[in-house]
Design a protein around this ligand. Structure first.
Ligand SMILES: Cc1ncc(COP(=O)(O)O)c(C=O)c1O
Length: 382
């Protein structure tokens, strides 16, 4: 039986375990050492210094590469943004990078900095509009296409297969930020993308208790470049975070199945609620890329966007009134949370002022609904 014969739910449980020798621990150990004994010339695969690699990363890297069906070993980073930055650095100076106008706002800032530092032209597009993406790729010597999907926070769905075909025709790499979907709902490398990045801080670890990132790829060249970015940039993962992330990953399938089911049910109810101005979730037939999501994904994700009555003040009143939903940034934890995205000045001005991003957790859906209705009522009173 190979790893790829296993369902992802099983693989997440068994991956990265120590060999089954008599007396071996069931879980991988945490090695706390910054350096390793070494006398002669450094040998490939033999640890030297923890910034350059440690056995504590390897079980998580194996598990993430296996879940994404990546041919190269996984690379964990100290944060999702460290992984994003390493992937953006694959862009060649003097070329064009195509990015979604609604990618995670710090990723957009990082892309714009490339423009200032490296003379890279950064073109922001509606990533759901495949013709616009094709035109942007063809409009200059493009070396990289960033295809976060679903986008944060607008939940646009990019057509990974079509975008990858168009990019490859002109020699560009395609990076997909798969944080929102998780490898359970979407495997970008199998759809033609070259690189997957994750904020492991979200669903993969799943408990809002750590910050980590990862890069996964089939390409040796990309692996070597990203690994060098990690070695030299030094944005490495801490040992405890890595171990905790692997522990969280064991329950990924249970968590994602439950939170996706909760999200679809809440979205359906919100769509019928009189005090809701707009609701978006890829499961809803009203979502502009509902059919694309159905064809491309094995689940619709657990993020909903909601515009309650009362504008931005109504959204703030809702966030203040709920008792179960946690008013906090980030997403992908077992607990349901929400926030008005435009409370950040760096969020794109095309994101509506009153838009709440809901990260649906694994609680009982009826409890979540009851609490949300209290919040919706509070929004109408502003
Ligand atoms: C889609 C997406 N990508 C990347 C990141 C950055 O990850 P981190 O916060 O782990 O650096 C985030 C964080 O919210 C995100 O939502």
């Amino acid at each position: 039986m190979t790893d790829r014969d296993l369902s992802p739910a099983t693989y997440a449980v068994v991956a990265g375990r120590p060999d089954r020798t008599e007396g071996a621990p069931v879980n991988p150990p945490v090695v706390l050492s910054s350096t390793y004994i070494g006398r002669g010339a450094a040998q490939p695969g033999v640890p030297v210094y923890t910034r350059l690699g440690t056995e504590t990363w390897e079980p998580l890297e194996e598990a993430l590469a296996g879940l994404e069906h990546a041919d190269q070993p996984g690379l964990v980073f100290g944060s999702g943004m460290a992984a994003v930055s390493a992937a953006l650095d694959l862009a060649r100076p003097g070329t064009r990078v195509v990015v979604p106008q609604h990618a995670y706002h710090a990723a957009l800032v990082a892309a714009r900095r490339l423009r200032e530092r490296s003379g890279i032209e950064v073109v922001e597009v509606d990533i759901a509009d495949t013709d616009a993406v094709r035109a942007a790729i063809a409009g200059g010597p493009t070396s990289l296409v960033w295809a976060e999907t679903p986008t944060n926070p607008m939940l646009e769905i990019a057509d990974i297969r079509e975008i990858s075909a168009a990019a490859h025709e002109l020699g560009a790499l395609v990076v997909v930020d798969n944080t929102f979907a998780t490898p359970l709902a979407q495997r970008p490398l199998k759809l033609g993308a070259d690189v997957v990045v994750h904020s492991v801080s979200k669903y993969l670890s799943g408990h809002s208790d750590l910050i980590l990132g990862a890069v996964l790829t089939d390409s040796r060249e990309v692996y070597d470049a990203a690994r060098e970015r990690r070695d030299i940039g030094g944005a490495i993962a801490g040992p405890w975070e890595t171990w905790l992330a692997l522990r969280g990953l064991r329950t990924l399938a249970l968590r994602v199945e439950r939170s996706q089911a909760n999200a679809a049910e809440l979205a359906r109810r919100l769509a019928e609620h009189a005090d809701v101005v707009a609701v978006s979730h890829p499961s809803l037939p009203s979502h502009p890329q509902h059919e694309r999501a159905t064809a491309q994904m094995d689940g619709y994700g657990s993020i909903i966007t909601l515009r309650p009555a009362g504008g931005a003040a109504g959204a703030d009143a809702l966030a203040a009134a709920v008792e179960l939903w946690v008013p906090a940034t980030s997403l992908g934890g077992v607990e349901s949370s929400l926030e008005r995205r435009r409370r950040f000045a760096s969020e794109a001005p095309t994101v509506p002022e009153d838009l709440l991003r809901l990260s649906v957790g694994i609680e009982d859906v009826e409890d979540l609904w009851r609490d949300l209705r209290v919040g919706l009522a509070a929004a109408t009173l502003v």
